[in-house]
Unconditional design. Structure first.
Length: 185
């Protein structure tokens, strides 16, 4: 076993990334306060070719050195928009027949592993404030709610960790036939 060198990773250039086919996933950040978390979500969005990232409410926007520190340039590849109001973004996406999902611990939430995707459906995932979570008015407007099962004492994951877990899960369900182990020579 040998560690793979950076030049062997077949990374896309920003230009190639922008023209590449995107996943049917959208991310909405509802009042996320940590600049490092925002940067990490940009990296998650880049990794899974999220089609758009919405930064809402108090969520900071690039350029900012603390976002850039964790984003590592992904603010240049991922398409993003700022909106003052999360609820208006949710309603606008729903008017376009996009299914909006709160990632939150709520009554009747579907456990992540039990959620099944529908072919050709576009999903927008809402992640919330580090302490308060997704606002109740946004949760109430969403089509579904997903919960990441947790078995420890905290039942709380960092928002960027939650984002990575959920994106990977839905990306792999949507693109199951496209995912295969890559050979590195």
């Amino acid at each position: 076993m040998r560690k793979i060198k950076n030049n062997e990773l077949n990374r896309l250039s920003i230009k190639d990334f922008k023209s590449a086919k995107k996943s049917s996933l959208i991310v909405i950040l509802d009042n996320v306060r940590s600049l490092n978390n925002i940067g990490s979500v940009f990296r998650n969005a880049d990794a899974f070719r999220v089609s758009h990232l919405y930064l809402c409410g108090i969520t900071a926007k690039p350029p900012h050195k603390d976002i850039q520190k964790t984003a590592l340039g992904s603010t240049e590849s991922v398409e993003w928009t700022y909106s003052k109001d999360t609820l208006s973004v949710v309603k606008n996406l729903q008017s376009k027949k996009i299914k909006v999902i709160a990632v939150e611990q709520v009554e009747n939430a579907k456990m992540l592993q039990d959620f099944t995707t529908t072919k050709n459906e576009v999903y927008a995932l809402v992640f919330g404030h580090e302490v308060k979570g997704v606002s109740q008015e946004v949760v109430s407007q969403c089509d579904y709610s997903l919960e990441i099962p947790q078995y420890g004492t905290k039942h709380s994951l960092n928002i960027s960790v939650s984002c990575g877990i959920v994106l990977w899960s839905l990306y792999s369900k949507i693109n199951h036939s496209l995912i295969s182990p890559k050979s590195h020579k």
